[in-house]
Every structure is written in C-alpha cells, then in structure tokens.
Ligand binder design. Structure first.
Ligand SMILES: [Zn+2]
Length: 293
C-alpha cells in the first residue's frame, strides 16, 4: 500500500478506512462497513477491477451502465447466439453467476440498459437514472472507471459518476456525498493495451491503494472471471495478482485523457475520441446549467 494513501481519520473518510493497514482492504481481517455503489460499464469490469471490494465489503451494489451487447454483431463473442437481446441476456446471466461467488445477490445488481459502445449517446438519461439510484442508496463510496480512453463506455461511466455526484452536491444541503474512487481498466501505452494500472493524471502519479491478492483471493477472482465464459478470449489479457484503487481526480472531460490516439481509436471503433468529447462537452454544459442555478 502506498503510505500516502490518505491523511483523514477512517471514521470520517471511507478512503482512509480502505487504506488502513490493520483493518483496511489489504488486511487479512478487514473491518470495513462502508456502503459501496460500483458503476461498471460492462458485465465483467467489476470483477476485473475490484474483486477485493466485491468480496471483502459487506454492502456492495453493482450497477452496469450497459447490457454488454454492441449493436454490430462483429463485436459479439463467438458464443453469442440469436439476437442482440439474447446476447445481452447471456451477459446478464453470467454477471448474476459471477457475483453470486462474491455473495452479491441479484437484487443488488442493476443494469441501466445502455447499448454497449453507445453509452455516451445517452448520457443525459443515464445521469438522471443513476442520480436517482445514488439518491436512494446513499453509498459512502462510488467506485467506477478512470477517464483514460480505453473504451468509450468506461469513459462514459466516469463522466456519469462525476455528473451524478455534482448533481447530488447541488441538490443536497447536509447529506453525505460519496467519495469517488477508481478501479483500473485499460488504456493505450506505447502502442499496446496496458491493463491493471492507472494512466497518470496530468503526468502525475496519484496516491494508490495497491492490493496483492492472496492465493485464496486469486482463486476466487479466477472463478468469478470463469463465469464470464463468453468473454474468455478478452479476459486472458488481465492478471489476477493485484488490484489498484485511487481517489478520482477532477477531470476535464472536454479534453482528451492523453495526447495521441486513444485505445479505442487504435481499434478503429465507430466512436472517435473527438465525437465522444463533443457529446461529453454538451452533457457537462447541460448539467452545469441545469443543476446548480
Ligand atoms: Zn468494459
């Protein structure tokens, strides 16, 4: 664990509680009561980035931004059969099965239902739905993806989380605002896909909580990932040795997360970074106008 993880007392600061050397996430016997809302872009992102949070904290709700089924069948798993809805159902069933291994029942799993790769086109509605959930559940921690140009839906999850917290701050007077914490996903680094690490924020390395998984923790994570059998061709790119978390920085979503091509631009996907940022800029403008006047 990075020793600069936090300076606040654990009682007032869920991030400090996660980082605590004797009772936090890295401890053999964690004593953590923080309520967590995990916003994942797709079924499997939550296990890739945060199996330790899923399995070691007692009150976790998982929200999937998309149904995991892109419009174009060329992006589907070789295991997909039938329609896009059939593929979305398969991905939902895999999520229910994987999360059951972490003790998370179906009633604590929600799908906001955006189409895979297209979340950025539905940001206003998704912010409204997600804000309602945030208002209802009042978590201590909101855990999601960083803004890093790996996948347009991952970046949309980061944008929606930031806008929903802004929404909550604008409408709340004395209520607790959740801490926004990030898990790792992937981004481009020197022409390749970097997994399991954060893109430095504005060339700075922010303090991170690094968890080395135990033998048992790795086995549980591997078992959860195995339940996502339709994604096995992609999941082999991720290892199960460690997980990293950090407090989310204040992004400017109108600017690219880094210079050069984003990872999804390297893959030639339909959504470009420029188009993503146009839509993000419009959403930021809309919510600044709507929420805090
Ligand atoms: Zn994903």
């Amino acid at each position: 664990m990075n020793s600069n993880c936090s300076s606040e007392s654990p009682a007032r600061d869920p991030w400090a509680a996660l980082c605590h050397p004797e009772t936090g996430l890295a401890s053999p016997k964690p004593n953590l009561s923080a309520r967590v809302l995990l916003l994942a872009a797709h079924p499997d992102d939550e296990t890739i980035g945060a199996s330790t949070i899923l399995t070691r904290l007692p009150d976790v709700t998982v929200v999937f931004l998309t149904d995991g089924a892109p419009r174009d069948p060329k992006f589907w798993s070789p295991d997909a059969r039938g329609s896009r809805d059939d593929y979305a159902r398969l991905r939902w069933q895999e999520a229910i099965s994987a999360l059951s291994l972490a003790g998370i029942p179906p009633e604590r799993i929600v799908c906001l239902g955006a189409v895979d790769q297209d979340a950025i086109f539905a940001v206003p509605a998704l912010v409204a739905w997600f804000s309602a959930l945030l208002h209802q559940l009042r978590p201590d921690i909101l855990l999601t993806h960083p803004y890093e140009g790996g996948h347009p839906d991952h970046d949309a999850a980061a944008l929606i989380a930031h806008l929903a917290i802004r929404n909550l701050k604008c409408e709340s007077e004395s209520t607790t605002i959740p801490q926004l914490i990030e898990m790792t996903s992937y981004h481009v680094r020197e022409g390749s896909c970097a997994t399991g690490k954060f893109l430095p924020y504005e060339a700075q390395s922010l303090p991170e909580l690094v968890i080395q998984l135990s033998t048992e923790g790795r086995a549980r994570k591997d078992a959860m990932l195995a339940r996502y059998s339709s994604q096995r061709h992609l999941l082999q790119n991720f290892d199960s040795d460690s997980e990293r978390f950090r407090l989310a920085p204040r992004y400017d979503f109108r600017r690219p997360p880094h210079p050069g091509k984003l990872w999804y631009e390297c893959l030639g996907w339909p959504t470009t970074g420029a188009r993503w940022r146009e839509l993000a800029t419009e959403a930021v403008r809309q919510f600044q106008v709507e929420l805090c006047v």
